[in-house]
Design a protein around this ligand. Structure first.
Ligand code: AMP
Ligand code: TRP
Length: 363
């Protein structure tokens, strides 16, 4: 089997939850920059959020501060933030287990980011490929400084919670590497404060392709509407998009990302949604055509998105419930993040606001 074969194994081994004591933490975030999550978000990252909440203590947040690093509309941002919260609940994030919160409501993220910015080289920040990609259109000169420091805020988001794992898609790998570098730098310059988190990226679904251009990732900013499956779209529309997804030359249904990127991407989606292995699906479709295969997958997609969409719409109609969940999440997040920030501030030499509580001497 080639190394590109899908596997449901993460690239890191998952230790059993810590014996006794609290469960080890996981943390991740998603930007509220679209009306709906898409299949790339879900299969690449969010589904792992749901899975990990069993053995880990999760902190999941909506990265509204990251969302203002590019042009946006404030009214739309507010609406999308709530939509994101509703979708997380609808897909199975359990507010009894997980703290779900809005990034801007936990001030320690911005405060921690400032300290980390002072440890990051301008050249180091400029080398991030996401910054290069996003600033390429208008030129670096007109990109916001926030876009440049985006990954440093992300590092603060993560490090403040001292998580074991950060479940994300493959496009976030470089930001996770920077996060680890900054953690190490802080720990060696001051005192061991941060845990070095591991990215939790699934080989099989870490990069879901665009349905029309399968070698490119499905992306809310770059994909054409027919290339992206929005989780909240009318299910029949999503089914239609699957049926008109590009397939490759030949007629065989075979997992081969080099020769058959379109079919392989559909097999990945099919396998992820049904928990059936790719070889099993290949066998089932031996001798059948692309048409049958896509028709069946379209049905699978309808069955999957319909209850998700209904549940999200239901939750969106109950804003009092949503804001209560976000309030609880914010409280738990603030507690953890502030405690770490206090250590950070003390170690960098800031005078404690309450001198009676903190050490007033050097050392
Ligand atoms: P974003 O919408 O950029 O905030 O991304 C949210 C999460 O979805 C991140 O963990 C991304 O890495 C992940 N993600 C976005 N697009 C894809 C994709 N096409 N395939 C896999 N993961 C993705
Ligand atoms: N940059 C991430 C993305 O685009 C979103 C994000 C912000 C994030 N802060 C984070 C993800 C912290 C994981 C951990 O998907």
């Amino acid at each position: 089997m080639s190394s590109a074969s899908p596997t449901t194994q993460p690239e890191v081994s998952v230790p059993a939850a810590a014996a006794g004591g609290g469960r080890p933490r996981v943390l991740s975030g998603i930007q509220p920059t679209a009306d709906s999550f898409h299949f790339g978000n879900y299969l690449g990252a969010l589904r792992q959020w749901v899975d990990l909440q069993i053995d880990y203590q999760p902190f999941f947040f909506i990265a509204d501060m990251h969302a203002i690093t590019v042009d946006y509309d404030p009214l739309v941002l507010r609406e999308r933030t709530l939509r994101a919260a509703a979708q997380l609940l609808a897909m199975g994030v359990d507010p009894e287990r997980a703290s779900i919160f809005v990034q801007s409501q936990v001030p320690a993220h911005a405060q921690g980011a400032w300290v980390l910015q002072c440890l990051t080289g301008v050249g180091e920040a400029r080398r991030m490929t996401q910054f290069k990609d996003k600033s390429a259109k208008g030129g670096e000169g007109s990109a916001s400084v926030g876009l440049l420091t985006y990954p440093i805020l992300q590092a603060a988001d993560i490090l403040l919670y001292r998580p074991y794992y950060v479940p994300v898609g493959a496009d976030q790998r470089q930001h996770l590497e920077l996060t680890r570098d900054l953690a190490q730098r802080f720990n060696s310059r001051y005192k061991k404060t941060f845990r070095l988190p591991e990215p939790y990226i699934l080989k099989a679904t870490g990069k879901i392709g665009d349905l029309q251009e399968p070698t490119a990732k499905m992306s809310k900013s770059a994909s054409s509407p027919s290339g992206i499956i929005e989780m909240l779209d009318e299910p029949t529309l999503s089914a239609k998009k699957i049926r008109s997804a590009v397939t490759d030359s030949g007629s065989e249904i075979r997992f081969d990302p080099e020769e058959k990127p379109g079919v392989s991407n559909l097999l990945t989606i099919y396998s992820a949604l049904t928990q059936r292995s790719v070889p099993d699906l290949e066998e089932e479709y031996t001798g059948k055509g692309y048409g049958d295969f896509k028709k069946d997958l379209a049905e699978v997609v309808i069955d999957f998105v319909t209850p998700f969409r209904d549940r999200t719409l239901e939750l969106l109609a109950d804003q009092a419930y949503l804001s209560e969940i976000l309030r609880q999440g914010r409280e738990r997040a603030n507690e953890v993040a502030e405690a770490t920030l206090r250590d950070v501030y003390q170690r960098v030499g800031f005078v404690a606001a309450d001198l009676g509580k903190g050490p007033a001497s050097i050392g």
